[in-house]
Write a protein that binds this ligand. Structure first.
Ligand SMILES: Cc1cc2nc3c(=O)[nH]c(=O)nc-3n(C[C@H](O)[C@H](O)[C@H](O)COP(=O)(O)O)c2cc1C
Length: 192
């Protein structure tokens, strides 16, 4: 696993994306980040942090971070020949999930997911919505049948988190587990 695409949408839970990006960079992976317009707004609202400035700050430390523009369909990751290893959309709005389910590749995020699907590369969606209506559930089922991993932002509590950070890291760790990426974000369950 070398090159990973991270999509961020305007679903609640920007903190998940922030932690995921930080952890992937710490692991020295090349990551391409694409945020939707709403994702940038929700990020600023929920975290009191301007998205692009934060990405710039990270880029000074980690040169393997590439910030993509969502309207730049000429980007390498828009093509099947470019070759990325996996894509994660975290958090994933019901809107973007529906666009991916129906192949509406009008922006780079959805196009990259479309590429992951057609090239049969791992695609992990981390939906965040509650309650779920029948459209949401049908779209998730449709994608699951295409081998997309639907990994909802549903933290467990059996690791007895002591802070919000540990709750967030549980979900981020689950995503990394799914890609076979070793991490120490939470203590794995052992015999009790
Ligand atoms: C503060 C805020 C929180 C939101 N939370 C969610 C959410 O958890 N799940 C969701 O599907 N949409 C949520 N939305 C709505 C999406 O942002 C909206 O549907 C948007 O069109 C999604 O666009 P995008 O997928 O291009 O980012 C939220 C919107 C705002 C402003």
């Amino acid at each position: 696993m070398k090159r990973i695409v991270v999509g961020i949408t305007g679903a609640s839970g920007s903190i998940y994306a922030k932690r995921l990006i930080e952890e992937l960079l710490r692991l020295d992976l090349e990551i391409h980040v694409i945020a939707t317009a709403t994702a940038e707004k929700v990020f600023a609202y929920e975290l009191d942090l301007e998205f692009k400035s934060y990405m710039e700050k990270l880029r000074k430390q980690y040169h393997q971070l590439i910030l993509e523009e969502n309207d730049h369909l000429f980007a390498g990751i828009a093509s099947g020949s470019y070759g990325f290893d996996a894509m994660i959309v975290m958090p994933c709005s019901m809107g973007t999930l529906g666009e991916i389910a129906y192949g509406l590749s009008k922006n780079l995020l959805v196009r990259a997911a479309d590429v992951a699907l057609k090239e049969k590369r791992p695609l992990i969606l981390v939906p965040r919505e509650t309650p779920l209506n029948a459209i949401h559930l049908e779209n998730m089922l449709k994608l699951a049948k295409m081998d997309v991993s639907i990994l909802p932002a549903m933290p467990g509590f059996y690791h007895k988190p002591k802070s919000l950070e540990e709750v967030i890291d549980f979900v981020v760790g689950k995503v990394l587990d799914h890609l076979g990426i070793h991490h120490q974000l939470f203590q794995k369950w052992t015999d009790h």
